[in-house]
Design a protein around this ligand. Structure first.
Ligand SMILES: [Zn+2]
Length: 492
């Protein structure tokens, strides 16, 4: 479907929202009439679109384009039919006649985030429950215009949601849907399979590839033989496979041909002095060893070199580790606003219990700092570092806010503002094979744009102030999304 077809009916709903007084702080646009032939947004998405004029000029903005290049000041970006038609110095870019002009003085434009460790489920008392409708909208309101889920607990819901978003009947990020987890014997939740052998792994990969999943994730208890089967089957379908491993080390997985590893180095069991083949460590020895590991230790350097040589991408998921760390992890009141009262209380209970144990808290703190150091070293060595926020763990990692935390934590790990943006945009797009379309701001690319109120280079904390997100040239006022989704994560 063309962007024109998508944009027309939204205009009518946006007009309705504006008439009802739900409009954004920015100047109200003139709106086009709806086309009777085009798809109509379903109710949850309806009324959340603020700007969808055929031509929109964002003038006098600072631009961080996602390539890692320094910010450029006083830029004009022209959006036409869902794409970036022009981008350059404001003095040199002509604003097309009839364009809606939004003055972006004092604001910074970034590419829409491409985050590769997201989920459409959230941790509850015992199990992972899926809330794909609310979570997908929250991701969009947090600047994420493309996501890869990194494991699903309800494959059909995720696949069907991705199709509705692609068809234009629902707002949300484009979704690269990872099939239900490929897990072996010993899964810690009821929501995962316990695959017994390589043949069962192959059968599951083939099934979900046929159902429409577009990537795969190997989980903690898979053995080397099972992982080899999973990699072979995924690659036979032309798909990539990542892993949150445990029984298999990073070095073993790299040698088997895995494409990506999750959670930085925090899930690496390579450094456990008592590691047994095909078995998860019985205690926290691997984590403790990791917490003690210096980036220039021979074992660390060797593993980083091996991953880089084998082109294994690494996903940083600092927000989920931050939540465990008493010295970091206060999610803050506004971040908890989308949660139901029950889910919020559950998270606060878990946090209080964990933070009351100083030794456990220190262990988590050391683990967070170690993975930060090693991720920076991996990127410095030429590795492809990706970003995700992973809304699991003890909770408190809430879509809509978690990408902003990932940005702040990458800065704490030592990356510059432009490098952190690059990791969260172009690197993800490159890994997902979507680089020609998204991940950078340039003429011809899709108009997936994050608007930051403030000069992000001078004041990185401005990341928290994100009034507007465009996807395919359609602008969504984030405040309206957060208002609508107050207290619903845990219901739908
Ligand atoms: Zn995860």
């Amino acid at each position: 479907m063309t962007m024109n077809a998508l944009s027309m009916p939204i205009s009518g709903l946006a007009a309705l929202a504006l008439a009802l007084g739900a409009g954004p702080a920015m100047a109200a646009p003139t709106v086009a009439l709806p086309s009777p032939a085009a798809p109509v947004l379903e109710p949850v998405s309806a009324g959340l679109v603020t700007y969808d004029q055929p031509v929109i000029a964002l003038t006098h903005a600072a631009v961080i384009d996602g390539t890692g290049a320094p910010a450029r000041v006083d830029q004009t970006l022209v959006v036409a039919a869902g794409r970036i038609a022009a981008l350059g110095d404001a003095a040199q870019i002509a604003v097309p006649a009839g364009a809606l002009v939004l003055d972006m003085t004092g604001k910074t434009l970034l590419p829409g985030f491409v985050m590769v460790h997201e989920h459409l489920f959230y941790p509850s008392t015992r199990e992972y429950l899926g809330f794909p409708l609310s979570m997908s909208l929250l991701y969009l309101a947090g600047g994420e215009t493309t996501i890869r889920t990194a494991g699903s607990v309800n494959g059909y819901a995720d696949i069907n949601l991705a199709r509705e978003i692609a068809a234009g009947t629902r707002l949300g990020p484009d979704i690269d849907v990872t099939a239900p987890y490929l897990e072996g014997r010993g899964a810690f939740t009821l929501t995962m399979p316990q695959l017994a052998n390589p043949a069962e792994v192959t059968r599951m990969v083939d099934y979900w590839a046929g159902q429409g999943a577009t990537s795969f994730k190997a989980y903690m208890h898979l053995t080397r033989a099972q992982l080899a089967a999973a990699i072979a089957a995924a690659h036979r379908h032309g798909m990539k496979i990542t892993g949150h491993l445990c029984a298999v080390t990073y070095a073993e997985a790299a040698d088997l041909g895995i494409d990506n590893l999750e959670h930085g180095f925090a899930a690496a069991t390579d450094f456990d002095p008592d590691k047994k083949p095909d078995a998860c460590p019985a205690d926290q020895a691997a984590e403790t060893a990791l917490g003690d590991l210096a980036v220039d230790a021979p074992a660390a350097r060797a593993l980083i070199a091996r991953l880089v040589a084998r082109h294994v991408a690494l996903t940083s998921t600092l927000p989920v580790f931050e939540a465990f760390d008493p010295q970091h992890g206060d999610a803050g009141e506004s971040a908890l606003a989308p949660l139901t009262a029950d889910y919020r209380a559950y998270y606060l209970r878990r946090r209080t219990r964990l933070y009351a144990q100083p030794a456990a808290g220190l262990h988590e703190h050391r683990l967070l700092l170690a993975t930060m150091r090693l991720e920076k070293a991996f990127a410095d060595a030429g590795g492809l570092l990706l970003a995700g926020s992973d809304p699991t763990g003890i909770g408190g990692v809430v879509p809509g806010f978690s990408a902003k935390r990932q940005f702040a934590l990458l800065l704490e790990a030592g990356f510059t503002v432009t490098a952190a943006v690059h990791i969260m945009t172009q690197n993800g797009a490159r890994f997902l094979g979507r680089e020609a379309e998204v991940g950078t701001l340039a003429a011809g690319k899709r108009a997936d744009i994050v608007v930051i109120a403030g000069d992000l280079t001078a004041q990185p904390q401005a990341i928290a102030n994100m009034p507007l997100v465009f996807k395919r040239g359609v602008g969504v006022a984030t405040a309206a999304v957060f208002e609508r989704l107050k207290g619903v994560l845990g219901l739908w």
